[in-house]
Ligand binder design. Sequence first.
Ligand code: PHB
Length: 540
Amino acid sequence: MSANTTTPPGPGTSAPGEAVVPLMRGVAVLRELTGAGGAMRLSELERATGLARSTVDRVTATLARMGYARLEGRDAILTPRVMELGNAYLAALRLPALLGSRADALADELDESVSLAVADRDGIRFIHQATRRRAMSLSFRIGDLLPAERTAPGPLFAADWTDADWERWRTRRAADPQDRGFSAVPAAAPHRAPDEDFVRRAARAAAEGWALDDQLIEPGLVAVSVPVRDPGTGRVACVANVVSHTSRHTASDLRDTLLPRLRAAVTAMERDLLQAPAAAPGPSPAGLALWTGASKQELGREFIESLARGLTVLTAFGEGRAELTLTEVAKATGLARATARRALITYEHLGLVTPGGPERTFSLTPQVLSLGFPPLSRTTLPRIATPHLAALAERIHESTALAVLTDGGDEIQYTAGVAAHHVMSVDVTVGTRRPARVTAAGRVLTAGYSSGGEASAASTVPDAGFAFVDEELEQGLRSVAVPVRDRAGRVVAAVGVATHAARRTAEECVRDLLPEVAATAALVESDLRVAARFTRVALS
Ligand code: PHB
């Protein structure tokens, strides 16, 4: 039994008396937003959660203050920062960090998608995806939950199910015959497979050590799976999957040709797990409680402190911090023991935390990924940057843009842009190219390889981390840009603003605009760091 040791409450189970009601409401809002693809009208949220409008307003204002959502008109939209909740689970689990590169290498070798999934109650949840770019590929996102019986990894996990697990599965099947509770999969066919089919598949999977999915999710989609066992306990830690389409491989084809290579990769993964050094605990996010207190002071009634404090409890977990005692959670978050305890009780009730081991510890469950992760797991740098560019454009009343270097390296291309409302505003249409040499963004992006001598001294200061270009591209056009760096410190894009010489002097551009542009780039970098920890964020 891997992740199936807790029985989350059914819909009718009432919350324990000590549960923190505002935290339950916040989690409900995050789950609804996630299921809806990351954005919802506030009125829809009201309907979906059954909460009063004033409560929805306060919950979303609190999430916005935490940087987990933003409010745009009458919509609430999840932001990349909310991925830090799922990141806490994935970091604590360690499997993506230890096995992800093997999965990626196998995907390259086979030219097919490869994924890793863990058990989540009577479902499976993806923790890693190495996908191919193809016209025809249905691929799931990290954090997506699938019904076990419609997948290849499902029978491998079910091989370890207890009677209670089977009972729960039968109850769910009877209550939800069309799989409406699984927003990532198409509705089950009207003549779905009988329960006995899955019982047989689980028995076969146990005997053979692999399993197939022959178009159980959707016509054309096939998969073959092999369990990756924890060398310490011998239990299934996760399942590795190769996914294809019947236009390339039939299910029996997958078994005959790709299964042997999947097995070889899994053998290597198990060796990696055996040889992995003990997890090094990262720094704990101490001091969070102080921050929430300050926000309460500032925002008053609109800020629900118990929600903010409760959510920080999830971020106490991480690499080398997979199992924490109440004392450790309180210490990491700066919360009073009683506050941390009530948050943990609430999370246990919600199925997000499970008590484990004789040491009185708690750990996160895969359900933490249902708090915002899937809709954001395929985000791009332009999407991350756009709200920040819009906020900047509104503050300084100038056009703002994100740009990358084109393949040749002598041009830049805008990948996101927000135009200022001026008669004379700079065109920052996405896709527009400009010579790198005479744009501030271009100077920033080429600073790495151009020799200092060839740049005009008056306008380029790459060492200072920004570039200023004065009327070189076009008369009257002044631009300032700063680099955007990824987690590894590589410059991957530039954020820039452009203004007209009549509006600001060269000195004013540097004095007034540069700090604003730099602050915007810092926000983009911070989102990128969170989003790219366990997912690949496309740069354009
Ligand atoms: C996937 O990774 O997309 C996948 C894995 C196993 C399945 C179906 C899809 O059975």
